[in-house]
Ligand binder design. Sequence first.
Ligand code: ZN
Ligand code: ZN
Length: 148
Amino acid sequence: MSLTKDEARKLLHESALRVTAPRLAVLRVLAEAQNPLSHTEMLERLGETDWDPTTIYRNLIKLRDAGVATVVSRVEGIDRYALAGAGEDGHRHPHFVCEDCGRVACLPAELAAPMSMDGPWATSIQKATIQLRGACPDCLERACEAPR
Ligand SMILES: [Zn+2]
Ligand SMILES: [Zn+2]
Protein backbone atom coordinates (compact mmCIF):
# COMPACT_ATOMS: atom_id res chain seq x y z
CA MET A 1 0.00 0.00 0.00
CA SER A 2 1.23 3.46 -0.69
CA LEU A 3 -0.18 6.89 -0.04
CA THR A 4 0.08 9.87 -2.31
CA LYS A 5 0.91 13.16 -0.65
CA ASP A 6 -2.74 14.20 -0.94
CA GLU A 7 -4.01 10.96 0.59
CA ALA A 8 -1.53 11.30 3.44
CA ARG A 9 -2.62 14.90 3.98
CA LYS A 10 -6.26 13.83 4.03
CA LEU A 11 -5.55 11.11 6.57
CA LEU A 12 -3.84 13.61 8.86
CA HIS A 13 -6.75 16.04 8.50
CA GLU A 14 -9.26 13.32 9.34
CA SER A 15 -7.27 12.48 12.45
CA ALA A 16 -7.19 16.15 13.47
CA LEU A 17 -3.41 16.26 13.12
CA ARG A 18 -1.51 19.20 11.79
CA VAL A 19 0.11 18.55 8.42
CA THR A 20 3.87 18.99 8.63
CA ALA A 21 6.55 17.83 6.22
CA PRO A 22 8.17 15.28 8.58
CA ARG A 23 4.76 13.92 9.58
CA LEU A 24 3.78 13.42 5.96
CA ALA A 25 7.08 11.69 5.25
CA VAL A 26 6.76 9.36 8.25
CA LEU A 27 3.20 8.49 7.31
CA ARG A 28 4.13 7.69 3.72
CA VAL A 29 7.05 5.49 4.74
CA LEU A 30 4.76 3.59 7.13
CA ALA A 31 2.22 3.09 4.35
CA GLU A 32 4.84 1.72 1.96
CA ALA A 33 6.61 -0.56 4.40
CA GLN A 34 6.12 -4.31 3.99
CA ASN A 35 7.06 -4.93 7.60
CA PRO A 36 6.57 -3.02 10.83
CA LEU A 37 9.30 -0.42 11.36
CA SER A 38 11.24 0.66 14.41
CA HIS A 39 12.33 4.27 14.89
CA THR A 40 15.81 3.35 13.62
CA GLU A 41 14.44 1.57 10.57
CA MET A 42 12.24 4.58 9.89
CA LEU A 43 15.32 6.83 9.92
CA GLU A 44 17.07 4.46 7.49
CA ARG A 45 14.11 4.58 5.12
CA LEU A 46 13.86 8.34 5.27
CA GLY A 47 17.51 8.64 4.33
CA GLU A 48 19.16 12.02 4.43
CA THR A 49 16.79 14.68 5.77
CA ASP A 50 17.06 17.93 7.67
CA TRP A 51 14.97 16.50 10.51
CA ASP A 52 16.65 15.22 13.60
CA PRO A 53 15.83 11.75 14.97
CA THR A 54 13.85 13.24 17.87
CA THR A 55 11.49 14.99 15.48
CA ILE A 56 10.84 11.71 13.70
CA TYR A 57 10.34 9.93 17.00
CA ARG A 58 7.84 12.54 18.20
CA ASN A 59 5.91 12.19 14.97
CA LEU A 60 5.73 8.42 15.32
CA ILE A 61 4.34 8.85 18.85
CA LYS A 62 1.93 11.51 17.65
CA LEU A 63 0.62 9.24 14.88
CA ARG A 64 0.33 6.40 17.38
CA ASP A 65 -1.56 8.53 19.90
CA ALA A 66 -3.94 9.69 17.18
CA GLY A 67 -4.59 6.08 16.18
CA VAL A 68 -3.10 6.49 12.70
CA ALA A 69 -0.23 4.15 13.55
CA THR A 70 -0.07 1.26 15.98
CA VAL A 71 2.70 -0.67 17.64
CA VAL A 72 2.38 -4.17 16.20
CA SER A 73 5.61 -5.64 17.49
CA ARG A 74 7.66 -5.10 20.61
CA VAL A 75 10.93 -6.98 20.73
CA GLU A 76 13.38 -6.37 23.55
CA GLY A 77 11.84 -3.01 24.28
CA ILE A 78 11.88 -1.84 20.67
CA ASP A 79 8.49 -0.79 19.37
CA ARG A 80 7.74 -1.34 15.72
CA TYR A 81 5.04 0.66 14.06
CA ALA A 82 2.63 0.06 11.23
CA LEU A 83 -0.22 1.99 9.74
CA ALA A 84 -3.34 1.26 11.78
CA GLY A 85 -5.69 -1.15 10.10
CA ALA A 86 -3.20 -1.81 7.32
CA GLY A 87 -3.39 -5.01 5.37
CA GLU A 88 -6.24 -7.44 5.50
CA ASP A 89 -6.08 -8.09 9.22
CA GLY A 90 -4.54 -5.00 10.78
CA HIS A 91 -1.34 -6.93 11.62
CA ARG A 92 -3.17 -9.46 13.76
CA HIS A 93 -1.03 -12.07 12.01
CA PRO A 94 2.09 -13.38 13.74
CA HIS A 95 5.38 -11.56 13.42
CA PHE A 96 8.68 -13.25 13.03
CA VAL A 97 11.77 -12.02 14.81
CA CYS A 98 15.13 -13.12 13.43
CA GLU A 99 17.58 -13.70 16.24
CA ASP A 100 20.51 -13.27 13.86
CA CYS A 101 19.83 -10.09 11.90
CA GLY A 102 17.06 -8.68 14.08
CA ARG A 103 14.56 -8.14 11.30
CA VAL A 104 10.88 -8.37 12.07
CA ALA A 105 8.71 -9.77 9.30
CA CYS A 106 4.96 -10.20 8.85
CA LEU A 107 3.94 -13.84 8.52
CA PRO A 108 0.80 -15.27 6.99
CA ALA A 109 -1.79 -15.98 9.67
CA GLU A 110 -1.92 -19.65 8.64
CA LEU A 111 1.49 -20.14 10.26
CA ALA A 112 0.06 -19.65 13.73
CA ALA A 113 -2.81 -21.43 15.35
CA PRO A 114 -5.89 -20.18 13.58
CA MET A 115 -7.42 -17.32 15.51
CA SER A 116 -11.13 -17.39 15.33
CA MET A 117 -12.65 -13.96 15.03
CA ASP A 118 -16.07 -15.26 16.02
CA GLY A 119 -17.51 -16.07 19.38
CA PRO A 120 -17.65 -14.20 22.66
CA TRP A 121 -13.92 -13.35 22.80
CA ALA A 122 -13.77 -11.94 19.29
CA THR A 123 -14.91 -8.46 20.23
CA SER A 124 -12.52 -8.43 23.18
CA ILE A 125 -9.48 -8.78 20.94
CA GLN A 126 -8.40 -5.31 19.97
CA LYS A 127 -4.87 -6.12 19.00
CA ALA A 128 -2.65 -9.13 18.94
CA THR A 129 1.10 -9.34 19.13
CA ILE A 130 2.23 -12.81 18.27
CA GLN A 131 5.99 -13.21 18.00
CA LEU A 132 7.73 -16.21 16.55
CA ARG A 133 11.49 -16.35 16.82
CA GLY A 134 14.28 -18.06 14.92
CA ALA A 135 16.55 -17.46 11.96
CA CYS A 136 15.02 -15.84 8.86
CA PRO A 137 15.40 -17.51 5.42
CA ASP A 138 18.19 -15.10 4.44
CA CYS A 139 20.20 -15.88 7.55
CA LEU A 140 19.63 -19.62 7.15
CA GLU A 141 20.89 -19.45 3.59
CA ARG A 142 23.94 -17.49 4.67
CA ALA A 143 24.62 -20.06 7.38
CA CYS A 144 24.49 -22.87 4.80
CA GLU A 145 26.88 -21.09 2.44
CA ALA A 146 29.40 -20.29 5.13
CA PRO A 147 32.33 -22.68 5.26
CA ARG A 148 32.27 -24.89 8.30
ZN1 ZN B 1 17.87 -12.82 9.68
ZN1 ZN C 1 2.52 -7.47 10.29
